[in-house]
Design a protein around this ligand. Sequence first.
Ligand code: S3P
Length: 438
Amino acid sequence: MSGAQRLDWISQPVASLHGNVVVPGDKSVSHRSMMLSAIAEGTSHIRGFLEGEDTRATAAVLAQLGVSIEAPSAGERIVRGVGLRGLRGSSQPLDCGNAGTGMRLLTGLLAGQAFDSTLIGDESLSKRPMRRITDPLAKMGAQIDSQDGLPPLHVRGGRSLHGIRYELPVASAQVKSALLLAGLYAEGSTEVIEPHPTRDYTESMLAAFGWPITFSPGYAKLEGGHRLRATDVVVPADFSSSAFFLVAASIVPGSVLRLPAVGLNPRRTGLLEALRLMGADIRIENRGESGGEAVGDLIVHHAPLHGIELPEALVPDMIDEFPALFIAAAVAKGRTIVRGAAELRVKESDRIATMAAGMRALGVSIEETPDGAIIDGGAIGGGAVDSHGDHRIAMSFAAAGLVAQGAITIRDCANVATSFPGFVELANGCGFALSTAR
Ligand code: S3P
């Protein structure tokens, strides 16, 4: 297990779900708001900051590097930026916890500093591939030692970086962002081309902080030698956290849930489209904008779902939502086929293997493939599954328990706090029957 304390959940079947569910702030935006505020000039005020372990770890790392960060209330941070060259090195390792985003983006940020840094993570993060960032950063002149491509990462300071033009081999916002953050410190221009567009929060937030940048879906280019100006950031609610409720209300008969002011960046909402293709009834009301990001209320009514061949083009736009989609597919009528999603094997756990093992334990028909799965919908039985410390898998099986034939025990759920503190209370507030056992 990866959390400090063993925590299991028991999810029981329920009649229906109702209510308003206010999900916490977006993880991706929270990480970036903290990093850019830290190296900006002046004081930035962040609202809606995710109080999760992942994003708090990023804040703690930046505090360790000399940034003053106040937390006047939950979800609020006042960050006194030290400027591009104002971070101070730490002789202690920088602990990114469970967060791939934290480690990969911070490595980019630290590659051009005058001081050395060592980045470490928990058991899960220590198994995640880092060559995808260390290789291109080395091309920019960085020197980063890893353990055969895995953390800990030792970033050497005092290197002078130069921009590169880099075509990403896999669609990854983390890799793109690491290069752009290193590019702030590089001579010349850093240009990133993606095989499929990924979330563009780093690009849009750099622009909001006053850094000249050119970007369009799948492309970004910036030059070193500018400054970041402190800016206030409003973090929208996290679409990925809303995903469990979209699936839950879709599969439990009689349910209606409203999820207010959720971030609707199109690079994040692939699940919405996938569920609609399966027959889901999800509407968007009160469309607006918050902190430069599209937001809207999601209203989901129960609807009978059917299996689909998931269009591969949707994969990057729903890369974090596959555990939830797999549960929808287990309940849907007919077969669902997922392809082109090999990246799932290098997330907080191997999400194809972990989901397949859990679903099989519940009597669901699922065949694993190297880059996806084939799922035949039907009944979900009661039983015990192991989340392998993967937050999104724990929450997805909690949704499965709502419609299972008996209770589902979900092992190793402490890491839900990395992205979704308060999930159990919020879920029970709209009708889940979720209890915890230590
Ligand atoms: C993220 C990018 C995605 C995603 C992760 C957050 C980000 O990872 O899975 O949860 O904030 O940039 P990849 O870039 O590895 O696809």
